[in-house]
Design a binder for this molecule. Structure first.
Ligand code: SF4
Length: 385
């Protein structure tokens, strides 16, 4: 609360709502919005809506009421991330000697910046897969522009994220691969979403539920758990099992990676291949884990790290309730949504399957590398003065 009530304005949270509204009122712009998994577990808090009212579909209806053209789901690109990052992991495992280990997840920009500044020698251990936010932006201005048959420069790409670090991520000089400016033009936090709805006098409680738009509104249960610590690891293991065994596991087979402890470990075997996994959330825990790896006290193959305690459910852009941490409550909501989703494997997302068939060809293809992967060495950390 001190951010909004600071009398001097010294603690100023950047507010990008006006940029979105300017695009909404620009007849040349096609405003395409993606909403991150963790936002759906928290957006009602800042509006005083009970969880039973603050559903995913009412959230889609509320964002559409602002006047944007398309309301899509970052769950689509979370599934796409699993296809790329999961296959990248298996590819690295196949040529084990050519890589340093473990491979680290790369979907959290807070963590990527931490690694690059504190342990730059480990930068090439990050997965090259872009975060779901950035994959979505690149898809919106390439594949989806082709679907709409419009020039990509007309697409104004907005993300609604549980995160303040996503604003810096979308502005990185390497995040413009679709050739039409930034792949994500503006990133709003969950708090900004709530403020935007209030400013536009939208009362979500009065709106009937609506579906996300298609095709980029389709997402699986594996995607929605990206918002909880351990979710990326679990989703990746589900699809890795399918790739290696040619059949799906029980979708809950890897729930050993769930939990709120700051550091967790799991030894998993898939098709006879042992995978040593670790998960950390909170950068203090990330540092402890890395120091153990550096000291040779622990060895892993795949490590998921999220900067915020509890993962994006507890993200820095989520609504703030004084004295209460809601990451675990929100995370439980995401696991509930996973359980209820008829599709629980990223490789079964019909829109992801169509995107590969019609545009990307296959995971790790040339086009996928161009648009869905990045070079973490290609930008420098800002130097402190
Ligand atoms: Fe952003 Fe925090 Fe999620 Fe990282 S864990 S992507 S910093 S909200």
């Amino acid at each position: 609360q001190c951010i909004t009530h600071c009398p001097t304005g010294a603690l100023h949270e950047r507010d990008d709502i006006q940029k979105v509204m300017d695009a909404v009122h620009d007849p040349d712009k096609i405003v395409v919005v993606q909403i991150a998994p963790a936002v759906r577990a928290a957006w009602g808090e800042g509006l005083g809506l009970p969880a039973s009212m603050a559903t995913e579909k009412r959230m889609a209806a509320a964002v559409r009421a602002v006047g944007v053209d398309y309301v899509f789901d970052t769950n689509f690109s979370a599934d796409l991330t699993i296809m790329e990052e999961g296959n990248e992991f298996l590819e690295r495992m196949t040529h084990r000697d050519q890589y340093k280990w473990p491979m680290y997840t790369s979907c959290c920009p807070g963590w990527v910046r931490f690694l690059k500044s504190q342990y730059p020698e480990m930068t090439d251990q990050l997965s090259t897969a872009k975060s779901p936010q950035q994959m979505f932006g690149a898809v919106a201005k390439s594949y989806y522009a082709q679907v709409l048959d419009v020039d990509p420069s007309r697409i104004f790409s907005v993300s609604i994220m549980p995160c303040t670090a996503k604003k810096a991520e979308c502005a990185l000089p390497v995040m413009n691969d679709a050739g039409a400016g930034q792949d994500v033009d503006v990133s709003l936090t969950t708090r900004e979403l709530d403020r935007m709805l209030k400013a536009e006098l939208i009362s979500p409680a009065l709106l009937p539920e609506e579906e996300f738009d298609m095709p980029l509104g389709a997402g699986t249960g594996a995607a929605v758990i990206f918002g909880a610590t351990g979710g990326v690891m679990e989703a990746a293991l589900r699809t890795a099992y399918f790739v290696l065994n040619k059949e799906n596991p029980d979708p809950d087979a890897f729930q050993i990676v769930r939990g709120m402890e700051g550091i967790r470990e799991a030894n998993i075997e898939i098709a006879g291949i042992p995978i040593r996994a670790a998960i950390a959330s909170g950068l203090g825990n990330a540092r402890k884990l890395i120091e153990r790896i550096k000291a040779g006290e622990a060895e892993y193959d795949f490590v998921e790290i999220m900067a915020c305690p509890g993962g994006c459910a507890g993200g820095g852009g989520q609504p703030i309730t004084d004295g209460v941490e809601l990451a675990d409550v929100r995370g439980a909501r995401l696991y509930d949504l996973d359980k209820k989703n008829p599709l629980r494997f990223s490789h079964e997302n019909p829109s992801v399957i169509a995107a590969y068939k019609d545009f990307f060809e296959k995971p790790l293809s040339h086009k996928a590398h161009e648009l869905l992967h990045t070079d973490h060495d290609a930008w420098d950390m800002p130097t402190s003065r």
